[in-house]
Design a protein. Sequence first.
Length: 136
Amino acid sequence: MSGVEIGLVVVGAVLVVYAVLVVGLVLLGRREQARAVAGFVPDCVVLFRRLLGDPRVQRRHKVLLAVLVPYLALPFDLVPDFIPVAGQLDDAILVALVLRRVVRAAGADLIVEHWPGPRASLLVILRFAGAETATA
């Protein structure tokens, strides 16, 4: 198998595990948690897009956000995404660092205003960014 085929198999396996987690939460009657898990990544994409379009976000932070999005989409980065846990951990750390800079400059209220997902996910994002959760 080539490296691309292996990468596709790993991505497929991660998606299956993700889907099983969401379906399991629904079957356990935890629809709100299932929605939060299923929508977390798309909600982050919407958040980044909204922050990029907001004039209150400084240009240098928009550059960080604009560089972060394609970096997250690439399967090969500092720690390749096909390496379980560690591959996603470096992405999560970068997201946290960029959000922390945006929050420190523009305030947590900006994240609260632009977050499209459920409150539980918002609290995770705010904690991730090192913001006070009192504003949520």
